[in-house]
Every structure is written in structure tokens, then in C-alpha cells.
Design a protein around this ligand. Structure first.
Ligand code: SAH
Length: 216
């Protein structure tokens, strides 16, 4: 597809799927511009890259719907100085959005092939503030804790204790928590040692499989 047509699809996605639904933070909208979604989907799906839905990325996984990526990013209230932990790298699209706004991103993925592909795309885009770990992210990534922000991009039955333990003072955690087929985006804020929980939009994510997630 020629560049111009692609840019106009990207701009239409930003205005119709994000801005018209209330995502107004220019840092988030600009991150969608600097990380064109078509780079994160398989070539065979490239023509659908700006559609309003998740898309298969291989290994039985999907890249999330653009609006959901924007909404989760907004709920995190990112600051330029933030260190962020992301669980479920997948295509690496959400990782790139986080990495464009925050200072550092630590991302954990269970599937090696997805992690390697995401790494490659990030390298092409010039990121140097993302670190990767292959493993079970439901246990977090202890080594670099505490994190200012934590985001799970796969569902959990309950918010994993390890993730709560690795959330710093004033930190915010966002995760889809609930049933296997449907969850609520859940926002946890740590303030003066106290955790408050806010239930946001209904959503449907693929499961995080792991010790503090689903069994498989
Ligand atoms: N944010 C990604 C969404 C990927 S779907 C995107 O938009 O592309 C969820 C991802 O979580 C999948 O890639 C899956 O392999 C991964 N995953 C599942 N269980 C996991 C676990 N315990 N730790 C880390 N990643 C996990």
C-alpha cells in the first residue's frame, strides 16, 4: 500500500477510534503516529492493520484493538520519568506506545517467537529503552522493581500478588481481571501503602498462563 493511503488510514483510525471515543491526550495520539500499527501485524494482515479490532499475530495470540491499547495507556497516567512493567509483549505494539511516552519499559513474554519479532520491530523503530524477558510474567520481574506503572495485556482471574508487591508508591496497575471469557479493566492505585481498586470497561483478553494467572 502506498504511504499516503496508509497515513490517511492511520489518521482516520486516530480520529474515529480514539479521539471520538474520548482519548484526547496528545502524547498517546502521537505515539500511535510514531508506531504505525501495520508494522506489528503479519504481512498477510497488513491491509487490516487500521481496523477497529484485534488481529491474529501467530501462536494463537492477537494484537489488541487500538482503542483498548489507548484506553489502558490512558488509565496508567504515564509520566515521562516512569519505569513501566508490561506483561504479555505479544506483537510489541502496546510496548512501543508505552516506550514512546515513559522513560523505561520492562516487558515479559511467554512465547519466544513473539518476543523476538517484537524486539526486531522495536529495533527498526529505534527504541533503546525497552528490556525483554522470556518467562512467566504473572510473577512480575523482581530484578527491576519497584515499577511506577504495571500493565497486564492478558487476563488474570485475580490481580497477582507479585505484581502488587512490585508496584511502587503512588504507582498504578492496570489489568483485565475476571472470568476466562470476559473481564473488567481493573485499575489499582497504591497510595501511602494503601491499595484502591477501580473497575473500568468490560473487555475480553486472551489469558495470561502462569503461576499467578490461568492454568492453561
Ligand atoms: N499487548 C499485546 C497483547 C498480546 S496478547 C499486543 O497488543 O500485541 C497476550 C500475550 O500474553 C500473548 O503474547 C501471550 O503469549 C502472552 N502471555 C500469556 N501468558 C503469559 C505469561 N504468564 N507471561 C508473559 N506473557 C504471557
Amino acid at each position: 500500500m502506498i504511504e499516503e493511503a496508509r497515513n490517511s488510514r492511520l489518521e482516520r483510525m486516530i480520529s474515529e477510534q480514539l479521539a471520538d471515543r474520548g482519548i484526547t491526550d496528545e502524547r498517546i495520539l502521537n505515539a500511535f503516529r510514531s508506531n504505525p500499527r501495520h508494522l506489528f501485524v503479519p504481512d498477510s494482515r497488513s491491509h487490516e492493520a487500521y481496523s477497529d479490532r484485534p488481529l491474529p499475530i501467530g501462536e494463537g495470540q492477537t494484537i489488541s484493538q487500538p482503542y483498548i491499547v489507548a484506553l489502558m495507556t490512558e488509565l496508567l497516567n504515564l509520566e515521562a520519568s516512569d519505569t513501566v512493567l508490561e506483561i504479555g509483549t505479544g506483537s510489541g505494539f502496546q510496548t512501543a506506545i508505552l516506550g514512546s511516552i515513559a522513560d523505561k519499559v520492562f516487558t515479559v513474554e511467554r512465547k519466544e517467537t513473539l518476543m523476538e519479532r517484537a524486539k526486531k520491530v522495536h529495533k527498526e523503530l529505534g527504541f533503546d529503552n525497552i528490556q525483554y524477558e522470556k518467562g512467566d510474567g504473572t510473577k512480575g520481574w523482581e530484578e527491576f522493581a519497584p515499577y511506577d506503572k504495571i500493565l497486564a495485556t492478558g487476563s488474570v482471574p485475580n490481580i497477582p500478588d507479585s505484581l502488587l508487591d512490585q508496584l511502587g508508591q503512588g504507582g498504578r496497575l492496570v489489568a483485565p481481571a475476571g472470568e476466562r471469557r470476559q473481564q473488567r479493566l481493573t485499575l489499582i492505585i497504591r497510595n501511602n501503602g494503601e491499595l484502591t481498586k477501580h473497575k473500568e470497561a468490560y473487555c475480553s483478553f486472551l489469558p495470561l498462563i502462569g503461576e499467578e494467572g490461568w492454568n492453561g
